[in-house]
Design a protein around this ligand. Structure first.
Ligand code: SF4
Length: 498
């Protein structure tokens, strides 16, 4: 491991980046964006008022590892001294016991990154720690700003210098430029300039601050830990440290936590909520509560509703593990069919397996999933998956299952066909790569070589959440709640590098 220190932040690279697990993932992802999944944006977590807050943040990040595996970092403060460490790799690679010992204090924030703006480089790892006139400020961001290119262009024209290619740095610049006297006002000024999706955890020397965009695209919640407080992307991060879930941070709300306790202000006027429905379909852990909804309960409802809408004559129901488990259990409940473990997932390959060499690329699905032949042989099966993006992984899986002896395959999808890309903090292939943007359900069934194929309807999806009008469904119908303009995509700010 190599280590260097800049501005109170130590940075580490576990071996050559390309040789870390995260490095391998990114290397392959960047290969023409071949990922066949929507990919989470980031996980954020903050703790105020606990002994050795950085250690608690470590555990929180560990629970949120599924939200980002490229880089991890923590910044902590004892009230005067702010220190940070970040690096490329998984939480356990980057944040070693030795690193945590060097991060003292009762206040800390942390971040797991999956890049949705900017490349996977050490300087783009978060939290971003900056010095400005008011002192030190650290920021962890989940989401994407849709006006990042425009704002950065203006700032650069005015002489601002950027260290990273992340949209998050724009927020730091806007805070520094604000004439507000206090951090709350500076932040309010800054956030009223940016558009798009942001759930933020931030800290100064002595304050922990959380904020959500006016539509609350990405989740952020408040937890209580003894006399202290936490902010987290998902409640599974609160559970792991024994904190109690209090409530979600509201759309446009800013939460300030310091020695006086917690204060909440409506910093930005909410223009109607647009929570990402995909958090409930796929991204978040089933043991979490996000946007006030139990993820497992919603997924089971998705499965039950799908069973009502598109029943199948089959012997049993199986999931594409793990993200589809709850929906498949719901389908089994709704259809009265037994649930079987027809596929076993290798948990040691992470969310994405990267083939070391091109010629064994087709092995990737095999490495991640193995069919259970004795269960599948001669049987009629319903396979439930959460979504189909390009369709290439589903096709390989179906071939595996067919080869293992399944007599009939009925594919059921726990969401409507995906026809549009996301601009709000989820890494998605371009529209043309989305199979449903150019193929009918019948054509997709032929491509996948399944006996029958059915997707959940939009109406069915909406019926599974408590407040259906509070969600974004743009990837299913291209009706974008926040104008996306010409954001330029994930690498939009890379063009600004000299
Ligand atoms: Fe979520 Fe899709 Fe909306 Fe993006 S476009 S925020 S993935 S629902």
């Amino acid at each position: 491991m190599t280590e260097r220190e800049t501005e109170g932040v130590t940075e580490s690279v576990a071996g050559r980046v390309a040789n870390t697990s995260a490095g391998r993932m990114r290397a392959a992802d960047s290969e023409a964006g071949k990922n066949d999944r929507f990919r989470d944006g980031c996980g954020i977590f903050g703790v105020y008022g606990a002994r050795r807050a950085a250690e608690l943040v470590y555990f929180g990040l560990y629970a949120l590892q599924h939200r980002g595996q490229e880089s991890a970092g923590i910044v902590s403060s004892d009230g005067t001294c702010v220190k940070g460490h970040k690096g490329l790799g998984l939480v356990s690679d980057v944040l070693t016991a030795e690193v945590l010992t060097g991060l003292p204090g009762h206040l800390a924030i942390g971040h797991n990154r999956y890049s949705t703006t900017g490349r996977t480089t050490l300087e783009n790892a978060q939290p971003l720690l900056v010095n400005y006139q008011g002192g030190k400020l650290a920021i962890g961001h989940n989401g994407n700003l849709v006006n990042a290119r425009e704002l950065r262009g203006k700032m650069e024209a005015g002489g601002s210098i950027f260290q990273t290619t992340m949209d998050t740095e724009i927020i730091a610049h806007l805070i520094a430029h604000s004439r507000g006297r206090w951090i709350e006002k500076k932040l309010k000024d800054a956030l009223s300039e940016v558009k798009g999706a942001f759930a933020l955890v931030m800290m100064t020397e002595n304050k922990l601050i959380g904020a959500c965009d006016p539509r609350s695209f990405r989740p952020l919640c408040v937890g209580k830990l003894g006399n202290g407080w936490c902010l987290a992307s998902e409640t599974c991060a609160l559970d792991i440290i024994g904190a109690k879930y209090v409530r979600p941070v509201k759309a446009g709300e800013m939460v300030i936590i310091d020695e006086g306790g917690m204060r909440c202000v409506q910093a930005l006027k909410s223009s109607g909520k647009a929570h990402c429905i995909f958090e409930l379909i796929y991204f978040s852990r089933p043991d979490s509560t996000v946007f006030g909804e139990s993820v497992d309960k919603v997924r089971r409802k998705l499965g039950r509703t799908l069973a009502e809408e598109a029943p199948a004559h089959a012997d049993f129901v199986m999931a594409v593990p793990d993200s589809s488990n709850s929906a498949a259990l719901g389908f089994a409940e709704g259809s009265g069919l037994p649930f079987e473990l027809g596929l076993i997932r290798n948990h040691y390959v992470g969310r994405t397996f990267i083939d070391p060499v091109q010629r064994v690329r087709d092995q990737a699905v095999r490495v991640k999933f193995n069919p259970v032949r004795d269960i599948l042989r001669g049987r009629r099966v319903v396979i439930v998956d959460d979504s189909i993006v390009r369709g290439t992984t589903s096709k390989k899986l179906i071939r595996l299952i067919r080869k293992a002896g399944a007599r009939e395959i009925h594919f059921r999808v726990g969401s409507p066909p995906i026809v549009g890309s996301c601009f709000y903090g989820i890494d998605t292939p371009s529209r043309t790569k989305l199979i449903a943007s150019s193929h009918s359900v019948r054509q997709i069934a032929e491509f996948l070589e399944v006996d029958t194929l059915a997707y959940l309807s939009m109406r069915g999806l909406r019926s599974c959440v408590s407040r259906p009008d509070d969600y974004c469904y743009a990837c299913f119908g291209e009706c974008y709640p926040e104008p996306v303009g010409n954001g330029g995509g994930k690498m939009a700010l890379e063009g600004n590098r000299r």
